[in-house]
Design a binder for this molecule. Sequence first.
Ligand code: FES
Length: 141
Amino acid sequence: MFSFTREEDIKKSERMTAVVHDREVVIFYHRGEYHAMDIRCYHSGGPLHLGEIEEFDGRPCIVCPWHKYKITLATGEGLYQSINPKDPSAKPKWCSKGIKQRIHTVTVDNGNIYVTLSNEPFKCDSDFYATGVFKVIQSSS
Ligand code: FES
């Protein structure tokens, strides 16, 4: 568990970045909830802390500033729209590619924000950009 910041600070800024045990994460404060995830987008490593939050299908998502991929804040799923080519009149439908961005746990204790890294034993696409030569945006800027 890593102490991130004070609650009142992130409520003002609505997002913050930090390096937690060598892994760079972003925390969002959105509509009264905290969400933490790997900072680099699973697609090509885009900087999610610079993206906009929008709702798709009623689910708040961070929209990657590089190629506009949509990632749900709560679960890290990649969303896309699909249409049935055999029914061109059908409305496009939002679908999930599954969990693509690793989500971490945010805990609030006595006004302090803590982040606990996910140790879920599955291979998440965002892991690629959270390790090795891609990690830590802050050191390359
Ligand atoms: Fe995020 Fe391509 S790097 S959408």
